[in-house]
Design a protein around this ligand. Structure first.
Ligand SMILES: [Zn+2]
Length: 54
């Protein structure tokens, strides 16, 4: 169990979760990415609509 970095809601990870896996917060709908598993770290997934200035 981890926490959504955006709204702080509990985010459930599957037992076979892998780094880089995308999931969405059921509370705020933000697309999240698993950054690390030990310890679990979750961040906002880069949005496809976002312009990264490249
Ligand atoms: Zn959230």
């Amino acid at each position: 169990m981890s926490e959504c970095p955006v709204c702080g809601a509990d985010v459930e990870l599957t037992s076979d979760a892998v780094v880089g896996e995308l999931l969405s917060c059921e509370d705020c709908g933000t697309e999240l990415e698993i950054l690390n598993l030990d310890p679990v770290e979750i961040g906002e997934a880069p949005s496809a609509e976002e312009d990264w200035g490249q």
